[in-house]
Write a protein that binds this ligand. Structure first.
Ligand code: GLU
Length: 509
C-alpha cells in the first residue's frame, strides 16, 4: 500500500466527556496519519439513540481543537466519504445486513425482550451466569433459521419487530495480526450471535464500524483494547462482506490504569485529578467533571504526557513536541501492557512545558485566570515580561496568579510572623531612609536599587541578608517570588516606595 493512502479514524460515540484514553487514541491515530502523510478522520458513531447526549459531539471537537489535532475529514469538514455521522448513513446499512442473510452469514431474529429474558433465566447456571444467544441456543429461539420459511415471510410481511444477527460459525479459529499484540486468535464458538441491525433499523456498532471503515477507505484502525473481544465479529464481517484483503490493519491500544486498576472517571473525583480533556458537565445530573485544560494544563504538556503513556522512542527522552512525536512515533513501539497514569508526573510535564515555552504562548489563558479574580491587565508587554520572570515557579497555570499577581496589585496581607521576631527600630530606620534614597534614583534599574540598598546597609552596619526578607515581605506579602530587587525594578519606583511605607506601618503597629 502506498504510504500516502493512509487513512485512519477516530470513531467516538458522543455519550459524554472525552477521557484520557480517548484523547490518547486520537493522538496515536493523528501521529500515524501525519507521519505517513495520510488523513485523519473523525466519524461520529451515534447509532445508539438511547445513549445520545446533547452537546457531546461539539465537546469532542472542542477538545481536539484545544489539543491541536484537527481532523482532515469530519462532520464539520466533510471529505469525499460523507456523511461523517453514522445516524445520517442509516439507509446504507440494511442492504449489507440483508446481503449477509442471503449468503447464509446472518439471520432475522424475532424474539421479544421477554423471550430473551426467559431464555437467559432458563439457561442460567452457576458456571454460566449470563447465557448468550449463540450456536447452542439459536435453534430454540424465534428466528429465520429455526422457523419455517413461510412463517418467516409472514412475520416480515407483517412488519414484526426483528433484529438481524450474525450467525457465528461453529468451531472456527479466527485470527488476525495486531500491530501491537501480534497474532491474536479467537474460538468462534465462544462468541455470541451479535445483533447487527437493531429493531429501529439502526445498525449496531459492529456492523456500522465495518461498513464505514470500508466505505471510508480506512487503512489502519487503532482503538482501545476494550474492543479486542469484538474483533472476531468484525473480522468475519470483513470476510463475508468485503474480503479480508480489504481489511484495515488493526492495533488495540493498552488500557490506561489509575491507582486502582482501569482508570475511571470516579478515580478523578477520588484522587483529585482530571480524567477528561476539558470540563464536562453532565446534562442530566449537572455534575461537573474537571478537565486538564481547566486544571491549568498546557495542550503541549497534555499531548506529551499522553504520548508517553504507553509508548516510548527507545531513548531516555521525555519531552516531545508534536512535531517530534510525528517524526518519532511508531505504532509497533506502543506497549502491550497497561500504562499507569501518575498525576505527579503529569504535573511535571506541565511544569517543564511552562518553562520551555515563551509566556506569549499561554499569556491569554493566564490573563483569563487573572480576570476571573478581578485582576485586569492593561499592559500586555509588561504582563509577558512578568510571566517569563516567574514561570519557573509554576506547575499549573493558576499558579501564575500566586506567583505574579503582586506585580499588578499591592499585597493586602503580610507574613508578619516571618518578620516580627527579628524586627527592631534600626530596621525601621533603615527602610525609612531607604525610601528617601530610592526617591533619588533617576534610572530605575535593578542594579541601581541593589547598590543603594547595599550601601545603606553597610553604612548602618546591618547585614543585607537580614533586610532582604523583610523587604520581600513588604513587596509581595510572603516569602516567595524572584530576586527582590528584580521585583522592585518591575513594579516601579512609586509603587516600591508605597509598599515599603505601607508595610512599615503594619510591622510597627
Ligand atoms: N464507537 C467506538 C467507541 O466509542 C469506536 C471503537 C472503534 O474505534 O472501533 O469507542
Amino acid at each position: 500500500m502506498l504510504e500516502t493512502n493512509v487513512r485512519v479514524r477516530f470513531a467516538p460515540s458522543p455519550t459524554g466527556g472525552l477521557h484520557l484514553g480517548g484523547v490518547r487514541t486520537v493522538l496515536y491515530n493523528y501521529l500515524f496519519a501525519k507521519k505517513h502523510g495520510g488523513k485523519f478522520i473523525v466519524r461520529i458513531e451515534d447509532t445508539d439513540q438511547t445513549r445520545f447526549v446533547e452537546g457531546a459531539e461539539q465537546y469532542i471537537f472542542d477538545c481536539l481543537k484545544w489539543c491541536g489535532m484537527e481532523p482532515d475529514e469530519s462532520p464539520l469538514h466533510e471529505g469525499m466519504y460523507g456523511p461523517y455521522r453514522q445516524s445520517e448513513r442509516k439507509a446504507s446499512y440494511r442492504n449489507y445486513a440483508e446481503q449477509l442473510i442471503e449468503n447464509g452469514f446472518a439471520y432475522y431474529a424475532f424474539d421479544t425482550p421477554e423471550e430473551l429474558e426467559q431464555m437467559r433465566n432458563t439457561l442460567k447456571t452457576e458456571e454460566n451466569p449470563s447465557p448468550q444467544y449463540d450456536g447452542n441456543v439459536r435453534m430454540n429461539m424465534k428466528n429465520s433459521l429455526s422457523l419455517p420459511a413461510d412463517e418467516v415471510t409472514r412475520l416480515l410481511k407483517e412488519n414484526t419487530r426483528h433484529v438481524i444477527r450474525i450467525k457465528m460459525p461453529a468451531n472456527e479459529t479466527i485470527s488476525f495480526t495486531d500491530m501491537i499484540h501480534g497474532e491474536v486468535s479467537f474460538e468462534s464458538s465462544l462468541v455470541d450471535d451479535k445483533v447487527l441491525l437493531k429493531a429501529d433499523g439502526m445498525p449496531t456498532y459492529h456492523l456500522a464500524v465495518v461498513v464505514d471503515d470500508y466505505l471510508m477507505k480506512i487503512t489502519h484502525a487503532f482503538r482501545g483494547e476494550e474492543w479486542l473481544s469484538s474483533a472476531p465479529v468484525h473480522i468475519l464481517l470483513w470476510k463475508y462482506l468485503f474480503g479480508l484483503d480489504q481489511m484495515p490493519q488493526w492495533a488495540h491500544l493498552p488500557l490506561i490504569l489509575g491507582p486502582s486498576g482501569k482508570l475511571s472517571k470516579r478515580d478523578g473525583a477520588k484522587y483529585g485529578f482530571p480524567v477528561f480533556a476539558m470540563n464536562w458537565t453532565d446534562g442530566k445530573t449537572n455534575e461537573l467533571t474537571e478537565g486538564f485544560k481547566e486544571k491549568g494544563f498546557l495542550p503541549e504538556a497534555f499531548i506529551n504526557l499522553l504520548a508517553v503513556l504507553g509508548w516510548n522512542d527507545g531513548s531516555e527522552q521525555e519531552l516531545f513536541s508534536m512535531d517530534e512525536l510525528i517524526e518519532k512515533f511508531s505504532i509497533e513501539r506502543v506497549h502491550k501492557g497497561g500504562a499507569k497514569f501518575d498525576f505527579e508526573k503529569a504535573k511535571w510535564y506541565n511544569q517543564e512545558w511552562i518553562k520551555k515555552l515563551p509566556a506569549t504562548v499561554y499569556k491569554s489563558r493566564v490573563k483569563e485566570i487573572f480576570e476571573a479574580k478581578d485582576l485586569f491587565i492593561n499592559d500586555d508587554a509588561h504582563f509577558t515580561k512578568v510571566l517569563d520572570l516567574v514561570k519557573d515557579r509554576c506547575t499549573l497555570l493558576p499558579d501564575f496568579y500566586d506567583q505574579a499577581s503582586y506585580f499588578f496589585k499591592a499585597p493586602s496581607q503580610w507574613d508578619t510572623d516571618a518578620v516580627k521576631p527579628k524586627w527592631n527600630e534600626s530596621k525601621t530606620d533603615f527602610f525609612n531612609e531607604f525610601c528617601s534614597q530610592l526617591e533619588k534614583i533617576e534610572s530605575w534599574k535593578l542594579e541601581n536599587i541593589e547598590i543603594s540598598f547595599k550601601e545603606l546597609a553597610a553604612e548602618k552596619n546591618i547585614k543585607p541578608g537580614e533586610l532582604q526578607l523583610p523587604m520581600r515581605i513588604m513587596l509581595v506579602g510572603g516569602k516567595f517570588g524572584p530576586a527582590v530587587f528584580e521585583i522592585a525594578a518591575m513594579i516601579g519606583k512609586t509603587e516600591t516606595i508605597q509598599r515599603i511605607k505601607k508595610a512599615l506601618s503594619i510591622f510597627n503597629a
